[in-house]
Design a protein. Sequence first.
Length: 217
Amino acid sequence: MNTDIRRAIFFTIMTSDDYMDAFEKLLKLNLKGKQEREIIKVILQCCCNEKIYNEFYSLLTEKFCSFNFNFKFTLQYQLWDRFKIIKDMKLYQLVNLSKFLSHLIGSSVISLSVLKIIDFTNISDITSILFFRLVFVELFTSFDQETVVELFSRLINTVDLAELSNSLLIFISKGMKQLSTICNHDKKKIKKVKHTSHQVKLILRQAPLLYSQMHPS
């Protein structure tokens, strides 16, 4: 927290009773423009640096994004910056960020399009593969199948995201295997991930067909 604004935001968050209290107190700081963007930056940094994931940060981010659409833009760019340094993150930071991201996607605060900068067909480093496996395991187990199906259905109906749909199909087909360790050997959890993955793959396979229907030769 190397600026007065960031320190003020950090202090406000740390001394709040709950996420609504934090939201109201942060609004009272009357930050404008670039200063206001620091709120999401600090929230994300705090979330990643907790030793154990705290849903407080996801709920607080969700509240700000519903309050003002501009916070969604800031969130998107902050997440993209985080994606670039995944290889340098510690395990607990990966877990926290994966839970934070899956919460926001599953709650429709942001869409799967936030993943469009990732080439899932060309991920080679183990840390990045682990991170995105964590994201999808969390998404598939924390939200009901109907919600997840709807999220991916929206994705394939967006022509500009056809490449993302195709690369996600490959990643989920190949990367969501050997789930015992990542699911803590929870058989029910493993079964749910496998079943939801199957449903998601069925949806993603429709993307090329829908694209050809939208753009007939």
